[in-house]
Unconditional design. Structure first.
Length: 469
């Protein structure tokens, strides 16, 4: 029995020597994210985040399932090795059954900090390469579309090369959240990106069960003068008219040594991980069975499974809570838009109503002015008639030439008065006073005309009776 244990230990040492993976701690992070900075915000190691990225306890949400969002996570430490391999744990999911987008991107560039741009949220004039997980088939690039592909950056506008043939493959890594079997904690995928001897190799585990399939290998994916050791890792995601949740669960980077070809496979979710074999001391039928050790092992296993189930519940709850929050934001946005439209319609209705009232008031005032003018005209005529009946002239010395001069003076005075009123009206700009001007003019004409008529009649009467020579 002792010999068996020694042989196992020797085998493990030899295996470890052959596969001497060295984790790049400064370029690695994984959920749960339980560390906080002085401001109370969650931390993800040495990586920085921004845009619409939200840090949850069990995942990093680069973009929510909403339109026109972009988010990123960017490393602040140099990779500082020549040969490396990264295992990315991620989840692309959403409410759309057939329409969704845009994509998630792994970046290996010389950018020590995030630079915004139109290439999945990053400056398209970058140096390095990008592994693009593109879930939306653009019309202009549909003939060359691949779900996973590599794009080289040479400092020029790399987006112009999206419409060209590039190394890549198709893979079904997206989850439909409306499916009955969707569970956030168990729904994930893995991408293994290996760069060794300047050759890029990409493999994908579509359903997170540890079964990787080779996607592509490519050479010459970096500019000739590119400094590999002084480069940085980054992740970004965007949505447009179509959207998806782009979540990151883990990012494990390794330096490759000796005969290592790629990073180790990730630790699987407990529902997909194989049961560990039973040790002899746990088997009641074995001669080395140890009841106490077997009980301790059983308790430890039970505690581990309970903890995993609790984490799953928290993970699912966090995912659903984020979805509810996003839906509330959508609803509030729609209500705000509807409120703005309603206010606009009310204002238009108010303006129209005010216009109608002004028109009605104007018509009413015009009618009232006409009534007042008619009443005043009648009153003036009546007053003239009264004056005519009571007016008597007893002067005996009035001559015909005086009568003629008086007539001329009265007409000139009337004409001058009318001219003065017209000039005054023109200076004032006319407007609503025009009716008063007309009324006064008519009034004066009637008054002087009446006086003249009466005066002339009286002259004729006196001449008839011989009062005047």
């Amino acid at each position: 029995m002792m010999n068996l244990i020694i042989n196992i230990l020797i085998f493990l040492n030899v295996f470890q020597a052959v596969h001497a993976w060295h984790r790049l701690v400064d370029n690695t992070f994984a959920a749960p994210f339980t560390k906080f900075d002085t401001n109370g915000a969650r931390q993800i190691g040495t990586f920085r985040s921004g845009g619409h990225t939200e840090l949850k306890e069990h995942f990093i949400r680069l973009t929510a399932d909403r339109q026109s969002k972009q988010g990123y996570v960017w490393g602040s430490k140099h990779v500082n090795v020549d040969n490396w391999s990264v295992v990315l744990g991620f989840r692309v999911s959403g409410q759309g059954r057939t329409l969704f987008g845009d994509g998630l991107v792994f970046w290996f560039t010389d950018m020590g900090s995030y630079r915004a741009g139109n290439l999945f949220g990053i400056d398209s004039k970058f140096n390095g390469f990008a592994v693009i997980l593109d879930t939306f088939k653009n019309t202009e690039t549909a003939h060359v579309h691949k779900d996973i592909s590599v794009l080289m950056g040479k400092g020029d506008d790399a987006s112009a090369r999206l419409n060209t043939e590039r190394a890549g493959c198709d893979a079904n890594f997206r989850y439909y959240e409306g499916a009955d079997n969707f569970k956030a904690a168990e729904s994930m995928s893995h991408l293994k990106i290996t760069f060794k001897n300047k050759v890029l190799t990409v493999a994908v585990d579509q359903t997170g069960d540890g079964k990787f399939k080779h996607c592509f290998s490519a050479q010459n994916v970096l500019p000739e003068t590119f400094d590999i050791r002084r480069s940085f890792y980054g992740l970004s995601a965007t949505t447009g008219q179509l959207a998806d949740n782009h979540d990151v669960l883990s990012f494990n980077a390794y330096e490759l040594e000796l005969s290592d070809q790629e990073a180790p496979n990730p630790e699987l979710h407990h529902t997909k991980a194989a049961e560990s074999p039973m040790l002899p001391m746990e088997n009641p039928d074995h001669e080395d069975y140890d009841p106490e050790a077997a009980l301790r092992k059983l308790i430890k296993k039970s505690d581990s499974k309970t903890g995993a189930l609790v984490n799953d519940i928290k993970h699912d709850f966090d995912h659903k809570l984020s979805h509810m929050r996003d839906e509330m934001k959508k609803l509030i946005g729609k209500l705000k838009d509807q409120e703005d439209k309603t206010e606009g319609r009310v204002k238009t209705m108010e303006d129209d109503k005010i216009g109608d009232v002004v028109k009605e008031l104007k018509i009413h005032l015009e009618e009232r002015l006409q009534e007042i003018g008619s009443i005043l005209s009648d009153n003036v005529e009546q007053r003239l008639q009264e004056l005519e009946s009571h007016f008597e002239i007893h002067s005996e010395s009035i001559k015909l030439d005086v009568h003629a001069d008086l007539h001329t003076d009265m007409m000139e005075h009337t004409e001058n008065t009318v001219k003065d009123l017209v000039k005054e009206h023109l200076k004032s700009g006319g407007g609503s006073s025009f009716k008063w001007f007309m009324f006064l003019t008519i009034f004066m004409l009637i008054l002087f005309g009446g006086l003249y008529y009466k005066f002339n009649k009286e002259i004729k009467r006196q001449r008839k009776f011989g009062y005047l020579d």
